[in-house]
Design a protein around this ligand. Structure first.
Ligand code: PAF
Length: 282
């Protein structure tokens, strides 16, 4: 496995693979890797000849009062994990390498999809994601790019970006990987205290209970309200508990398929999760 820290170095490393028409897979990350990231690399290995994993804590997707400075940077540990799953190349550039001119004056903005959920509570977050993902796709030029469904809205934004800018990459979204108690794996889980970690699984539990009560015939509005109350009572600060269609449109009363979304804070740690619900049988 090679580690490249410059755009030129990565291009040189990928040159032979590209000339030999190898299939290139790409897993973009911000590091502090966990089983969720590793599952993306394993899937990439199944259909790609060469797998590139980027590790870059992208400043443009963090708000002024967010955790950019404190975001865990664990390159050595990440490299070991990536060797074990057969990653071929790590791309770990510096901020200066990725953003030569500062402040950054180019914007890539996916509208509509970013006006709700995390986009509403984290202004400019998805502009930063869209910019860095576009840059990384241009640099790596992968055939396939792999993302986790935990970041459901991010996947929708990236797919839209790829379609609208005619980027030559297929985006593959893979299921959320969870701890045994159901908590969605996230690099931010390391911020949780022992007490917070103990109540964090209630996020997924409340989504599963919401799904069950929907199947029992409760209305979506009531279920969302109950879920919110329950999480609040357990000590979470609610950012949102909402439902949208899988294409992130508002749910109509006739819709039988939608996604439940939760974003909460435990102390200063923001956690998100989602659950796809289908109320009709195939
Ligand atoms: O999901 C992430 O870790 C980041 O948003 C991504 C896609 C690597 C862009 O910085």
């Amino acid at each position: 496995m090679k580690t490249e820290t410059s755009v030129h170095g990565l291009a040189a490393s990928l040159h032979t693979a590209r000339s030999a028409k190898k299939v290139i897979g790409f897993v973009p990350t911000m590091g502090n890797l966990h089983e969720g990231h590793l599952s993306l690399v394993r899937e990439a290995k199944k259909i790609c000849d060469v797998v590139v994993v980027s590790i870059f804590v992208n400043p443009t997707q963090f708000g002024p009062n967010e955790d950019f400075e404190n975001y865990p940077r664990t390159l050595e540990q990440d490299s070991q994990l990536l060797v074990d799953v057969g990653c071929d190349i790590i791309f770990a550039p510096s901020v200066d390498q990725m953003y030569v001119k500062k402040p950054v004056i180019t914007r890539i903005q996916v509208t509509e999809l970013t006006e709700i959920l995390c986009g509403a509570s984290r202004p400019n977050h998805f502009d930063g994601v869209a910019l860095i993902v576009t840059k990384l796709f241009n640099i790596v030029q992968p055939h396939y790019a792999f993302f986790g469904q935990k970041d459901f809205q991010q996947v929708a934004v990236v797919k839209q970006l790829v379609q609208d800018l005619n980027l030559n990459v297929e985006v593959i979204a893979l299921p959320t990987v969870r701890a045994e108690d159901g908590l969605a794996l996230s690099s931010r889980n390391v911020y949780l205290s022992v007490e917070q970690r103990a109540i964090a699984p209630l996020i997924y539990q409340s989504l599963l209970d919401a799904e069950r009560t929907l199947h029992e015939g409760e209305t979506l509005a009531d279920v969302l309200a109950q879920t919110k109350e329950r999480l609040q009572a357990a000590g979470f600060t609610i950012d949102y508990v909402e439902a949208f269609t899988p294409h992130l449109h508002f749910v109509q009363s006739t819709d039988k398929e939608f996604v439940l979304f939760v974003a909460v804070k435990l102390g200063t740690t923001r956690l998100i999760d989602n659950l796809y619900v289908k109320l009709i049988k195939d």
